[in-house]
Each structure stands twice: as structure tokens, then as C-alpha cells.
Design a protein around this ligand. Structure first.
Ligand SMILES: [Zn+2]
Length: 305
């Protein structure tokens, strides 16, 4: 009887040890682009949940209360910061009551920390309704910033789960190597179009444009977050004609009427740019955001209008 009991105990011990060995770290990312990088670094040691859908405007996410449960069990929360998530994430975090993911804890990561932020306004430029009051929060569309974010995620995973530190560092190395190879490919593809003038719907693409030497000369929105108005469009169209704007970049969630009108008046091409992993079936990971969209941009610029 005693022996049986001991066998039972050792089995129990083995089972709980096996469960612990396979327990994955729960990571919640505010948007799928950062979630995809967390997956690159954590691979099978992490379970990643993204709050924003890939086809949603990251400023205005319909954050379901079910995410409170995910955040309650999270070992790590990754957010972009620069007030991108200000309208929808803070309430979820308060509701989750999870000490591990609060500011200052190692389970909390603001991905924009350490990224060179552009378009930081001075107080004088601040306008009512501007959704970029801390600078442009769409930094993930420069793959070099994706690399910085990957390094942050790796550092923080190494702190939370030191026993797998070598694994995370290895994955980071592999990711950076692939990213660097791809980056020079993408730069070569876009080099013939250096300096091309483009218009975008929202200021989603300045980081992308800066990296690949495209020149954003205007936006369909008069200010970030303020919908296009007839007055603004009426002054934008002659400017687009004068400047010879070739391309209008829009995100998949935008209305099409305004860009189509501007395109019809100016001869510019519209490219729909899925800004998140999963925004298009071909976009399965962070690097394929750029593979997909750069191909689209190149073919739009190649064809003569
Ligand atoms: Zn924005």
C-alpha cells in the first residue's frame, strides 16, 4: 500500500513537472505587428494574444471585455505607446487587476521606448482632435524599428524567463539576420523610385516613407484623426497635380470615396497597404508585411498611367 502511494506521489510530481516545463508564457500585444515579433522571439515558449484585429484602425479598436481575462493571465503586455492605445487599452488593464503587467514591472513593455520618434509636435502645433499628440505612433512600419522592438522583447523575456534566455537570444539573432537580408532586398526594389511624391490617407506611412526614400507631400485627412473635408480636398488636388503625385497609400479600413476621387482627378494610383500581420492572407509574419506591400507599391509605380 505504502509503495503504491509513493508511486502515486512520484507520478504526481512528474506530471506537475511536465506541466510546468510546457507552460508557455502568456503575452498580450495591443496590435498584431508587435504580437508577431513577440512570436518570432518566443516561438514555442510563448502564447501570443493580439487585442486589435489586423483590419482595425489601431487608434479606434473595439476592445472586447473578454480581453480582460487574457490580460489577467498575462505574463507580459506589449503596447506601442505614444497614445496609440489611449482610447481602448487602459480600461482593460485596470479591469485585469494583474500586477505583473503594470508600468514599471518587467511584464510591461512600451515598444516605442528607444525608437526615434518623428513628428513630435511642439505645443503650438497641437490641434483639437489630433490623435498624434506625442509624435507619430506608426513606427512599426519602418522595419529597422521592428528590429529595435524585437531587441526590447528579447531583453524583457530574458528577465521574465531567464532559464530560456539563450533560446530567446538565438531567435532574436535569427530574426535580425533575416530582417537585414530582406531590408537590403526591399531597398533595392524601391531605389528606382527614390523621391517619388506620394499622398496618404492618414499619417500612417511617414516611417515607411523615410526608410525607403519616398516623399509624403500631403494627407487626405487635414489632421491625424480628422476626416477629409471638401475644403481640404479642394486644395489638396491642385497641389497633387503640381507636385506630380504618383501614389495614394491607404489602409484597408478607410472609406474609398475620397481616395478614389483624388485619384480620378490627379491620375495617381491607389495602393491599399495592409499595415498589420493578418491584414491580407499573404501577410503571415512581420517581414511579409513589407514583402507584400513593397511589391504592390513597385507594381503601381512601374505601370504608366
Ligand atoms: Zn495615427
Amino acid at each position: 500500500m505504502k509503495i503504491k502511494y509513493q508511486i502515486f506521489l512520484s507520478l504526481l510530481f512528474l506530471l506537475s513537472w511536465a506541466a510546468a516545463a510546457h507552460a508557455k508564457l502568456n503575452i498580450v500585444a495591443s496590435t498584431p505587428d508587435m504580437g508577431a515579433i513577440a512570436k518570432e522571439i518566443g516561438k514555442d515558449k510563448v502564447e501570443v494574444t493580439n487585442i486589435a484585429k489586423p483590419t482595425e484602425d489601431p487608434h479606434f479598436v473595439d476592445a472586447k471585455p473578454s480581453f480582460i481575462v487574457k490580460l489577467n493571465k498575462a505574463d507580459m503586455l506589449i503596447e506601442g505607446g505614444l497614445q496609440l492605445e489611449i482610447g481602448w487599452l487602459p480600461n482593460l488593464v485596470v479591469g485585469a487587476r494583474n500586477q505583473k503587467i503594470l508600468a514599471g514591472e518587467k511584464g510591461y513593455l512600451v515598444a516605442s521606448a528607444g525608437v526615434p520618434v518623428i513628428e513630435v509636435p511642439t505645443t503650438a502645433d497641437r490641434a483639437m482632435g489630433d490623435v498624434h499628440p506625442m509624435g507619430n505612433p506608426h513606427f512599426m512600419l519602418d522595419p529597422v524599428n521592428g528590429k529595435i522592438v524585437a531587441m526590447h522583447i528579447c531583453d524583457q523575456l530574458c528577465q521574465i524567463d531567464a532559464s530560456n534566455g539563450a533560446y530567446y537570444k538565438d531567435n532574436l539573432k535569427g530574426f535580425i539576420k533575416r530582417l537585414d537580408q530582406k531590408l537590403s532586398e526591399w531597398q533595392k526594389m524601391l531605389e528606382p523610385f527614390r523621391g517619388t511624391k506620394i499622398v496618404t490617407y492618414h499619417k500612417t506611412f511617414p516611417y515607411f516613407a523615410n526608410r525607403f526614400n519616398l516623399n509624403v507631400v500631403g494627407t487626405l485627412e487635414p489632421k491625424p484623426g480628422i476626416p477629409p473635408s471638401p475644403t481640404h480636398i479642394n486644395s489638396l488636388i491642385p497641389m497633387m497635380k503640381n507636385e506630380g503625385v504618383k501614389l495614394i497609400l491607404i489602409e484597408p479600413f478607410r472609406e474609398r470615396k475620397t481616395p478614389e476621387f483624388a485619384a480620378s482627378q490627379t491620375g495617381a494610383k491607389i495602393v491599399v497597404f495592409p499595415i498589420m500581420v493578418g491584414g491580407q492572407k499573404e501577410i503571415e509574419d512581420y517581414l511579409s508585411i513589407f514583402d507584400y506591400t513593397i511589391n504592390q507599391v513597385v507594381s503601381a509605380l512601374k505601370t504608366k498611367s
